[in-house]
Design a protein around this ligand. Structure first.
Ligand code: HEC
Ligand code: HEC
Ligand code: HEC
Ligand code: HEC
Ligand code: HEC
Ligand code: HEC
Length: 462
């Protein structure tokens, strides 16, 4: 090869050399201006501006621009969200624009133990906004929309009773009253017509769930689930409750606050532990211990806590047992007793309730309303069923069954539902057999309840 033939490439060499140079500069520039670095510089500038002594200023100036992360081996995650959300824990950043804002709801859950994604979901390791928030194709745990964030609380706390998560409690209450358990198992309790719901929150998106409640057959063709007529806020609450069912089982410390001490938890314990055997409340109960209605006026919370720890330590010779309550349980009972007067408690103590009232609870517990409507009033569609294409209401069962017959009917169920038109598909809803699920004594109460549904006026109709 001679000089002449090489020379004609000189132009190309120069061009390629320049191109590499430009790419290096662009690469460097882009790396320096990754959004997270810009957020950190903004944060450092703010810290420098706020510094009031030369030492503080120096400290702020030396803050490195670097990836920040929380290692959470017990939760099996690494969260880098604080790489951008640098001040979520600092109240003086309240009101700043995201990602540099503080939020007061974080105080109870120290980040070094909880990180972020256990509540918010999203992709902990990512360092761009889109990826971290998880709205990307390869990531199946996108960040929970803020309006559903209380779904997260149900992983560690009892859903029914978290005073800081009212939406979750509302969703849970709807689930238990509307009758979902008639067809679905949750935590092992419920019917078999629909799928188990223990992990549904990990499987389905908020949008899917919402659409499914409004019109099940729009997302699951030929669905056997009747459309649920919820008002918008209730719809959000039930979607939120479904999202909270992720099937996660968190270890030790994280599960330690299953029940948050609250007055209603205290009431539950009060009933469970049989305090009423020795104490009178609202005119009901035993006489061995003092009447408790006004105890909140007589005793300070600290006294009650000490008394629960060891009654004898504050009332020597007391015959009240040491129950061995945890700190949280004592707090809950104290909370309940302090507010006893303003609560107008009607204690639901099963032994003191009428059979029909206990039966109403059983009707609720097994989700009979899911097919028979609230209070057995009917109205749930069952296409092509001879009974007016609906699941029958139960207001008049007392006219067609004796009590033993009714018990037998509920125990055995009825699989074959008479069709209006034998040529069309069979009615999707049938009467499950409850014999193996509902205890005999509960069945008696249930039957008493169903008999009580007959409108009173009817008896005068002769
Ligand atoms: C690259 C920087 C960056 C990272 C990393 C990042 N975020 Fe953000 N985040 C932002 C920005 C910017 C906003 C405000 C604009 C927006 O919502 O996109 C924001 C907003 C939010 C909001 C408020 C959303 C709303 O709807 O009001 C939450 C909650 C949030 N981030 C949580 C997280 C969590 C959890 C992580 C970690 C998995 C995370 N972020 C990681 C930059 C980031
Ligand atoms: C215990 C659950 C929990 C953990 C852990 C948690 N958050 Fe939050 N976060 C919440 C709740 C609840 C809200 C409040 C939503 C509201 O105001 O309605 C919230 C709000 C926010 C907001 C503000 C949204 C806004 O628009 O005001 C941001 C940003 C945020 N969190 C980021 C984070 C980051 C980053 C971490 C980890 C360092 C984190 N969170 C850890 C539950 C949690
Ligand atoms: C990963 C498990 C976990 C999640 C998710 C979680 N918490 Fe907690 N929470 C705890 C633990 C554990 C404690 C006790 C913390 C401690 O003692 O340091 C606690 C404490 C609390 C307390 C204080 C209880 C008291 O009286 O001492 C409240 C209130 C609370 N959580 C509400 C919430 C809410 C609301 C959410 C959802 C936004 C939530 N938690 C999500 C585990 C969790
Ligand atoms: C009459 C019986 C019946 C009642 C009552 C009922 N469902 Fe269903 N549900 C089904 C059947 C059957 C399916 C399966 C077909 C489908 O996906 O629509 C289903 C599906 C679902 C799914 C989707 C599960 C998955 O993994 O795809 C959810 C979520 C659900 N139901 C929640 C509820 C809730 C919450 C209630 C109470 C408000 C309820 N259902 C009441 C019968 C019922
Ligand atoms: C999955 C839906 C479903 C659930 C849940 C359900 N039922 Fe039924 N039930 C039916 C259907 C459908 C019939 C109608 C049977 C027929 O037409 O032969 C029926 C019939 C009955 C009847 C007879 C009514 C009559 O007029 O002959 C009684 C009583 C009854 N159910 C009680 C209950 C009780 C109590 C529960 C709760 C423990 C319950 N059902 C839960 C679907 C259901
Ligand atoms: C075996 C009977 C017995 C049982 C069961 C019992 N107590 Fe007591 N309780 C007493 C007696 C006796 C006293 C009075 C002596 C004392 O102060 O310990 C008392 C005192 C109290 C006091 C202080 C009342 C006051 O005015 O000074 C409170 C509060 C209390 N009990 C709450 C409870 C709660 C809550 C339970 C259930 C978890 C319970 N007790 C179960 C017998 C009982």
């Amino acid at each position: 090869m001679n000089d002449g033939s090489l020379r004609k490439f000189y132009g190309w060499f120069t061009f390629l050399g320049l191109l590499v140079g430009v790419l290096v500069v662009v690469g460097y520039y882009r790396d320096e201006h990754r959004p997270w670095k810009d957020y950190q510089r903004k944060f450092i500038q703010e810290e420098i501006r706020r510094a009031s002594t030369p030492e503080q200023k120096m400290l702020a100036q030396r803050t490195p621009v670097e990836i920040r992360q929380v290692l959470l081996p017990e939760l099996n995650r690494v969260d880098r969200c604080t790489t951008c959300h640098l001040a979520v824990e600092d109240p003086s950043y309240g009101g700043f624009a995201q990602p540099l804002a503080y939020n007061p709801l974080h105080d109870r859950h120290p980040f070094d133990k909880f990180g972020c994604t256990i509540c918010h979901r999203g992709q902990g390791r990512a360092t761009t906004t889109e990826d971290a928030h998880g709205h990307v194709a390869h990531w199946d745990e996108p960040m929970l929309p803020q309006k559903y964030i209380q779904a997260a609380c149900g992983q560690c706390h009892e859903a029914s009773d978290n005073p800081a998560a009212p939406e979750l409690a509302r969703g849970n209450q709807l689930f238990e009253t509307v009758g979902c358990r008639g067809c679905h198992k949750l935590g092992g309790v419920g019917g078999n017509l629909g799928p188990e719901l223990d992990k549904v929150g990990a499987r389905r998106s908020p949008d899917w769930l919402k659409q499914h409640f409004v019109e099940p057959s729009a997302v699951t063709p030929n669905s056997g689930m009747p459309p649920q007529k919820f008002a918008e806020p209730d719809l959000d609450a039930i979607v939120l409750f479904m999202l909270s069912q992720t099937g996660t089982n968190l270890p030790g410390f994280y599960a330690s606050m299953k029940v948050i001490p609250s007055a209603s938890e205290g009431r539950r314990l009060f009933q469970l532990k049989g305090c009423i055997g020795c104490h009178t409340v609202a005119g009901q109960g035993g006489k061995i211990g003092p009447v408790l209605d006004d105890v909140g006026l007589r005793r300070k919370p600290e006294w009650m806590m000490a008394h629960f720890r060891d009654p004898q330590s504050v009332t020597p010779g007391s015959v009240m047992p040491r129950f061995g309550f945890t700190e949280a349980e004592s707090r809950a009972l104290t909370e309940f007793l302090v507010h006893l007067r303003d609560q107008q408690v009607a204690l639901n103590i099963p032994a003191l309730m009428a059979p029909a009232d206990r039966g109403r609870e059983i009707f609720r517990k097994y989700g009979c309303a899911g097919c028979h409507g609230p209070e057995g009033k009917g109205g749930i569609p069952n296409p092509n069923a001879k009974t007016a294409q609906q699941v029958p209401g139960l207001s008049f069962v007392a006219d067609s069954y004796t009590k033993p017959e009714l018990k037998k009917m509920i125990s055995n169920g009825r699989r074959e539902i008479d069709a209006l038109d034998p040529k069309r598909p069979a009615p999707p809803l049938y009467m499950p057999a409850w014999g193996s699920t509902i205890k005999d004594a509960e069945l008696d109460d249930l039957v008493a309840y169903l008999f009580s549904l007959k409108p009173k006026g009817e008896e005068l109709g002769f």
